[in-house]
Design a protein around this ligand. Structure first.
Ligand SMILES: C[S@@+](CC[C@H](N)C(=O)[O-])C[C@H]1O[C@@H](n2cnc3c(N)ncnc32)[C@H](O)[C@@H]1O
Length: 166
């Protein structure tokens, strides 16, 4: 009983931490994501990364449509753990407990990241150096501090910003 209480307290503390760190759990709409994937000519041979993958809903949409290799990077161990469990047995979806600002992107063809404005700003400082030539970075809603961005008008009425590494 004491252990159960402790586990519940730890889970609540972790959820509180996610909230107060400004990484509120918001989710990308499926129709918006599909529109983005079409716009960046995603296909089944490409590797998709979600920096800040949450519960892995974005990875699930991409995998269901393309059966492509998908990698999620999540800093919250609780969301990491839940998404790991949700994708047990799926060899094409990998979730890593890690930091969006430092995780290696060598393998990625498309890097999607739905973070809060300050984090988008921070990510903008390193993303170009971390992408391989030809790779694409997509930030929905919040505009990164990068030159030569393409803007996509999404079905929800929001926007996404696309940066292509030359
Ligand atoms: C707004 S949710 C997006 C979830 C999902 N990618 C989507 O678009 O539906 C942001 C997620 O990023 C995670 N996150 C925030 N900062 C991060 C960082 N520096 N490294 C890894 N994950 C981060 C949060 O824990 C949260 O799960």
């Amino acid at each position: 009983m004491d252990i159960l209480f402790l586990i519940i307290v730890i889970l609540f503390l972790q959820l509180g931490l996610i909230w107060f760190q400004g990484a509120q759990y918001l989710s990308t709409k499926k129709t918006d994501l599909e529109f983005i994937l079409n716009s960046v000519n995603f296909d089944s041979n490409k590797v998709f990364f979600d920096l800040g993958s949450g519960l892995g809903n974005v990875l699930k949409v991409v995998f269901n449509k393309y059966q492509s290799k998908c990698v999620g990077i999540e800093r919250s161990w609780l969301l990491f753990l839940i998404s790991e469990i949700l994708f047990i047995g799926n060899k094409k979806i990998t979730i890593r407990l890690g930091n969006a600002f430092t995780y290696s992107l060598n393998e990625a063809d498309v890097v999607f990241s739905f973070l809060m404005p300050n984090d988008v700003k921070k990510l903008s400082q390193s993303i170009s150096d971390r992408l391989k030539p030809g790779a694409v970075f997509v930030s929905p809603i919040f505009r990164p501090d990068l030159d030569n961005l393409e803007e996509i008008n999404l079905p929800s009425g929001k926007r996404a910003y696309v940066f292509r590494k030359r």
